[in-house]
Write a protein that binds this ligand. Structure first.
Ligand SMILES: [Zn+2]
Ligand SMILES: [Zn+2]
Length: 89
């Protein structure tokens, strides 16, 4: 049994006071004002990056853990919500 959470961050983030999270999809550092989504494995990505890649994404780009169905469904819901919001504005 391994721990994806530790695996995700230990290699990228040295122990500093404010950890910087790098999105596994676009590889940019996630800014504090950006919307994020934490996957079941504990990795954090941009919400919009995940929504963009949702159809082709089968695993977490950072730790390569398989995506859990609940995350996929939640992202689909969020994307649907986003699309409806854009349509109505
Ligand atoms: Zn991103
Ligand atoms: Zn992960």
């Amino acid at each position: 049994m391994c721990f994806p959470f530790t695996r995700c961050y230990s290699e990228i983030t040295p122990i500093i006071q404010v950890p910087e999270f790098v999105c596994g999809i676009c590889a940019y550092i996630i800014q504090p004002d950006e919307e994020i989504f934490e996957l079941d494995c504990g990795c954090i990505h941009h919400l919009y990056c995940l929504m963009d890649e949702l159809e082709i994404l089968e695993e977490c780009p950072l730790c390569e853990d398989e995506l859990v169905m609940s995350d996929v469904l939640e992202l689909r819901d969020l994307r649907q919500f986003q699309m409806e919001k854009e349509l109505s504005s």
